[in-house]
Every structure is written in C-alpha cells, then in structure tokens.
Design a protein around this ligand. Structure first.
Ligand code: PLP
Length: 240
C-alpha cells in the first residue's frame, strides 16, 4: 500500500483524533437529518447507535463528550469489558453481534438492547423472570445461514417464541443489507416483513437497519435504529 507520508519516522495523524471524530459525527448527523427531511420523517424517531467495536474505551469516552449516548458492540468479551470500564457513564449498550447460547446470560447482564435474536434456543437462554431486556429479531436476507439471522419464513414462529418468553421485550426487526444488493430494496423488504408481524406483535414497530454505507437508504425505508461504525469512528484498528 502506498504511504501518503514521505517521512516514515513521522507518525500518520490518528484517524481517531477528537477533532476528526466530531467532524465525522457532525457529517453523519447532517446526513441523517437530510434523509429524514427527504423521507418526511421526524428525526427524533431515529436513534443513532455508534458501533465502536475494535476501538478502545477512550474512543467511547470521546464520543460521550460529544453527546453520544448509544453505543454498539458485536463481540461479547470486548463489549463486557468496555461496559464494565464505562459503568459510570449513562450509556445505552446495544449488542449487535451473534450471541452464543452459553454467553446469553452474560450478554444480558450489560446489554440494554440485543439486536441479534435469531433462534429459539437463544430466546430460551435469554429469558428471565427477574428483568426485561429489549431485543430485535435479526432477519437473514442472504442465502448464507452462517451470516446470522432467522430465515424470513421463520420470523413468525420466532416472534411467537419471544412473545411467550418472560424477560424479553420485542422492539422489532434488525437486518444487514446483503453485500452487492441494492440496500434500499433490501430495507424495503425488511419493512414489509415488519408490517407482517404487526398482527402478532403490534408494539414491535422498530427497525434496526442502516450502516455507514447505506444509512440514508435505511432512513428512507423507515429505520428507527441506525448502527453506524466507520463513518463516525474512522477505520477500525487492525488487531495485531
Ligand atoms: C460493524 C457493524 C455495524 C457498523 O458497520 P459500519 O460499516 O462500520 O458502519 C453495524 N451493524 C453490525 C451488525 C455490525 O457488526
């Protein structure tokens, strides 16, 4: 890869310098407002979750200082450690990655919202008689079962499952636009699926969809929760 800096002894400016961070956060916020205006939607109905996976706790502190209150993580151990380190900040923790059944109770302990409920065994593992956790059912829009998410034809059964399980409050559906697909069409499909489950779960109206590359399309199709990483945080550090 070509290095933009002639002098290798001089460090490249950090992509997570606070100034850059606030510029990127401002640009994405403006992009969301623009899309909401085009869609004739109230931006207050859109929650932006900054996905901070792979980034250090210090980045979340910087985001907090800039007013961010919703953060997302996709790996349990990393999320658990960060939530513990930042327990004094009034952050809302969103878990957006695949949940292993045997880690479900631990994820529940720090996550305020779990976006990736995708199978009956996980619903059982997440159930509780003591407290409620907000959740989304993740829909898999690809043919690759390893991607996470329930097949569209199996959503209805899983909705019944969640509704019958104490301790889970179903907010709605979550999806990732498949690589190579036209995002707006993918999100329109999720919106359709969401309308179909309203007869079973009238309160499950939320839509978690839209990432750095496609959040505007998601807003146009009714997204209520955007999960945005790199467009705000800068590139994720490569783990050595
Ligand atoms: C990483 C991640 C995001 C954010 O991705 P960006 O392309 O960096 O915005 C959103 N959703 C999920 C499930 C993720 O794992």
């Amino acid at each position: 890869m070509a290095l933009p800096h002639a002098d290798p002894a001089e460090p490249a400016p950090s992509s997570t310098a606070p100034g850059d961070l606030s510029t990127r956060l401002g640009a994405v916020s403006a992009g969301i407002l623009d899309a909401a205006r085009v869609a004739d939607r109230d931006p207050a109905g859109i929650t932006t979750i900054v996905v901070t996976k792979f980034h250090p706790v210090s980045l979340i502190e910087q985001l907090y200082a800039l007013g961010v209150r919703n953060v997302g993580e996709n790996r349990h151990q990393e999320a658990q450690a960060k939530a513990a380190a930042l327990v004094d900040l009034d952050l809302v923790w969103h878990f957006v990655g695949q949940v292993q059944g045997k880690k479900a109770r631990q994820v529940r302990a720090y996550a305020d919202v779990i976006h990736s409920v995708d199978r009956a065994s996980l619903v059982t593992a997440l159930g509780s008689d003591e407290s409620n956790v907000d959740c989304f059912i993740q829909v898999n829009l690809t043919d690759d079962a390893a991607r996470g998410g329930v097949h569209p034809l199996e959503i209805s059964a899983l909705v019944d499952n969640v509704l019958a399980t104490p301790g889970l409050r179903l907010l709605g559906l979550m999806a990732v636009a498949p690589i190579g697909a036209e995002p707006r069409r993918a999100f329109a499909r999720v919106r359709d699926l969401s309308e179909q489950i309203r007869t079973q779960a009238p309160a499950a109206t939320a839509l978690s969809m839209g990432m750095s590359q496609d959040y505007a399309a998601a807003v146009l199709e009714g997204a209520t929760h955007l999960r945005i990483g790199t467009a705000i945080t800068g590139n994720r550090p490569v783990l050595g």
